[in-house]
Design a protein. Structure first.
Length: 77
């Protein structure tokens, strides 16, 4: 879950795994895979950063991007 702020200033948490798109219009609009939309104060970069941090914390980002080591497994020099 990531913490966000509605335009009226109230804080809420959203399941980052359900985020489909993050749009920068004058406000930031988050669309979930369910079709529900949220308008938040945070800019899209902050939402994406928070989402990546959350995905990394639960191990999903590492599973998708692979190891950070640049050498191939089993490669010899």
């Amino acid at each position: 879950m990531i913490s966000l702020t509605r335009l009226n200033g109230s804080k809420f948490h959203i399941n980052a795994l359900l985020i489909e798109t993050v749009e920068d219009t004058p406000d930031t609009i988050i669309t979930l895979t369910t079709g529900k939309k949220f308008i938040v104060i945070e800019n899209s970069s902050d939402v994406i950063r928070a989402t990546r941090h959350y995905l990394r914390s639960i191990g999903v980002l590492a599973a998708v991007t692979g190891p950070t080591d640049t050498q191939s497994e089993g490669a010899t020099s």
